[in-house]
Design a protein around this ligand. Structure first.
Ligand SMILES: [Zn+2]
Length: 133
């Protein structure tokens, strides 16, 4: 059944649209791995395709090659719980992502990732400068 699903997506979207879609997924997390926060170099299927996982945004998260390779065909949430870099906020973010609530997922990731906070501070600064001008 999962093989049919994969073919279905390929048929539905021309290749350039798939590339745009992949890019947009990386953009959601600021190009960082949803599991460990390192630069994301790949798209990981939370529920593996071998277990019927679909190639849709709700099931596809940005991941570094190390996490993606290590996780392999396991269910992401079970795998993630055993990792040294496990962070409950990230686990919640993955759950929210799976439910299609990307806004909540991103907020949780920002909370878990200090680099995100820095960027937000800069944005606030920019806004206040704008108001002053
Ligand atoms: Zn990673």
């Amino acid at each position: 059944m999962h093989i049919n699903d994969a073919v279905f997506l390929e048929d539905l979207c021309p290749k350039f649209r798939i590339r745009q879609w992949r890019k947009s997924i990386h953009r959601f997390t600021g190009k960082s791995c949803i599991y460990c926060g390192k630069p994301s170099e790949s798209i990981d299927h939370v529920l593996p395709r071998s277990q019927g996982g679909l190639s849709v945004t709700e099931n596809c998260v940005p991941a570094c090659l190390s996490c993606n390779g290590d996780k392999s065909d396991e269910n992401a949430l079970y795998w993630y719980r055993r990792q040294k870099f496990y962070d409950p906020r990230r686990a919640m973010a993955i759950r929210a992502w799976l439910e299609g609530d990307l806004r909540l997922a991103i907020r949780l990731l920002q909370w878990a990732n200090p680099n995100f906070k820095k960027r937000n501070k800069n944005q606030e600064k920019d806004e206040s400068e704008y108001k002053a001008a």
